[in-house]
Design a protein around this ligand. Structure first.
Ligand code: KG4
Ligand code: ZN
Length: 340
C-alpha cells in the first residue's frame, strides 16, 4: 500500500494476565479493550496455567469488542499484530494462534511484536491530535512487573539495553512488598493509592547505589519484609496502624532508585528526550518525580496516558504499525518465545 495511506491495524496482547485487543488507524486509537484476570488475585501472583485458560475464554469476545467499538469490519484491516514474546509461553500461544488463524482466514498480513518494544513505542500512540511524540534517538526507562531496563532507542527497530535490574523488576518489588502487607496481587496500584496519606520518611530503607546504570531491588524488598516481620512481632497491629507510611516509604525508595539512575543514564548519553513506560510508569509518585526532574534537567519527558502504561494492545498495534510500514511481516511458522 502507498506509504501515505493510513494503516488500519488490529493489535492483540496476551503475554501475561491481560487479554487485550485494540484497533489503531496509524497512531490514533479507535478502540482499546483490556480484560484483566481475577483468577490470580488470591494466589499473590500470576498462575501461568490459569492465565492461558482465561486468555482462551476471553480472546474471541475481546477481539470482537475491539472491532465493534472501532466501527470496523475484520475485512477492513490492513494487518494483524500480536505479541510474540517475551512472556508466559502458554499465554503467548493463545494470542499467537488466534492472530495467525485470523490472518490466514482473512488473507491479511501478520506482524509479530516484541512486548518490550511495544512498551517503548507506546509513546507514539496518539490519544489527542496535539500530543507530542519523542524524536529518535531517545532514552526510555521501561519499568514493569517483569522488566526494568534503560533503553537507548535509536529507531523503532533499533533499541539497545544500556542498563537493567540485576534481580527483581521494580513492579515485582511493589507487588512483593504489597504481599508482605497482606494486600492482593497486583499490589503496585494499591501501594500507590495508600501511600497518598502516608509519610515517606517514616521508615528508612536501604539505597542499593550500584555504580553504572544497573539497578537492584532485592535488598529493598528483603529490608522491607524484615522490618514488617520485626515490628509485627512486637505489635501485631503494626501494619494496620502504619499502612499508609509503609506504602509511602517503600514507594519512595523504589522511585528514588529509578529516578537517580534515569538522570545518570540521560546525562551519560547526553539525551534530553526521555520516556518512561510499562506498568510502573502509572505510579503517581514516579510520574510526579519524573516531571520535577525533567524541569531540572531540561528534558522533554514522555509518559504514556495511564491506559497505555500497563499491558494493552494499543501499544502492540502501534509497534505493529512501525513493523508493517517497514515490511517486517511474520510468517505462519513464527514461534512465540518466553524470554528475550
Ligand atoms: O506492564 P505491566 O502491565 O505488565 C508487565 O509487562 O509486567 O506491569 C505490571 C506491573 C505490576 O507489577 C503492577 O503492580 C505495576 O505494574 N503497576 C504499578 C502501578 N500500576 C501498575 N506499580 C506501582 N504503581 C502503580 N500505579
Ligand atoms: Zn508489559
Amino acid at each position: 500500500m502507498p506509504a501515505t495511506e493510513p494503516v488500519l491495524i488490529l493489535g492483540i496482547e496476551s503475554s501475561c494476565d491481560d487479554t487485550a485487543a485494540a484497533v489503531l488507524r496509524d497512531g490514533r486509537v479507535l478502540s482499546n479493550v483490556v480484560a484483566g484476570q481475577e483468577a490470580h488475585r488470591i494466589w499473590g501472583g500470576v498462575v501461568p496455567e490459569l492465565a492461558s485458560r482465561a486468555h482462551q475464554e476471553q480472546i474471541v469476545p475481546v477481539v470482537n469488542q475491539a472491532l465493534r467499538e472501532a466501527g470496523v469490519e475484520a475485512s477492513d484491516l490492513d494487518a494483524i499484530a500480536y505479541t510474540n514474546g517475551p512472556g508466559l509461553i502458554g499465554a503467548l500461544l493463545v494470542g499467537a494462534c488466534f492472530a495467525r488463524s485470523m490472518a490466514q482466514a482473512l488473507g491479511k498480513p501478520l506482524v509479530a511484536v516484541n512486548h518490550l518494544e511495544a512498551h517503548v513505542l507506546a509513546h507514539f500512540i496518539q490519544d489527542r491530535s496535539d500530543q507530542p511524540v519523542p524524536a529518535f534517538p531517545f532514552l526510555n526507562l521501561t519499568v514493569s512487573g517483569g522488566h526494568t531496563q534503560f533503553i537507548l532507542v535509536q529507531a523503532a527497530d533499533r533499541m539497545e539495553v544500556i542498563g537493567t535490574t540485576l534481580d527483581d523488576a521494580a513492579g515485582e518489588a511493589f507487588d512483593k512488598g504489597a504481599k508482605v502487607l497482606g494486600l492482593p496481587y497486583p499490589g503496585g496500584p494499591l501501594i500507590d493509592r495508600m501511600a497518598r496519606g502516608g509519610d515517606a520518611r517514616r521508615f528508612a530503607l536501604p539505597s542499593p547505589s550500584l555504580p553504572g546504570l544497573d539497578l537492584s531491588f532485592s535488598g529493598i524488598k528483603t529490608a522491607f519484609a524484615n522490618l514488617v516481620r520485626k515490628e509485627t512481632a512486637r505489635d501485631p497491629g503494626f501494619v494496620a496502624h502504619e499502612l499508609p507510611s509503609l506504602c509511602a516509604s517503600l514507594q519512595q525508595c523504589i522511585v528514588t532508585e529509578l529516578l537517580t539512575r534515569l538522570r545518570r543514564a540521560a546525562r551519560e548519553h547526553r539525551l534530553k528526550q526521555v520516556g518512561i513506560s510499562g506498568g510502573v510508569s502509572a505510579n503517581s509518585a514516579l510520574r510526579e518525580g519524573a516531571m520535577a526532574l525533567a524541569k531540572e534537567e531540561g528534558w522533554d519527558l514522555f509518559l504514556p496516558p495511564l491506559p497505555y502504561c500497563t499491558d494493552n494492545a494499543a501499544m502492540v498495534a502501534m509497534a505493529g504499525r512501525f513493523a508493517f510500514r517497514a515490511g517486517r511481516h511474520a510468517s505462519l511458522d513464527t514461534v512465540p518465545y518466553a524470554r528475550g
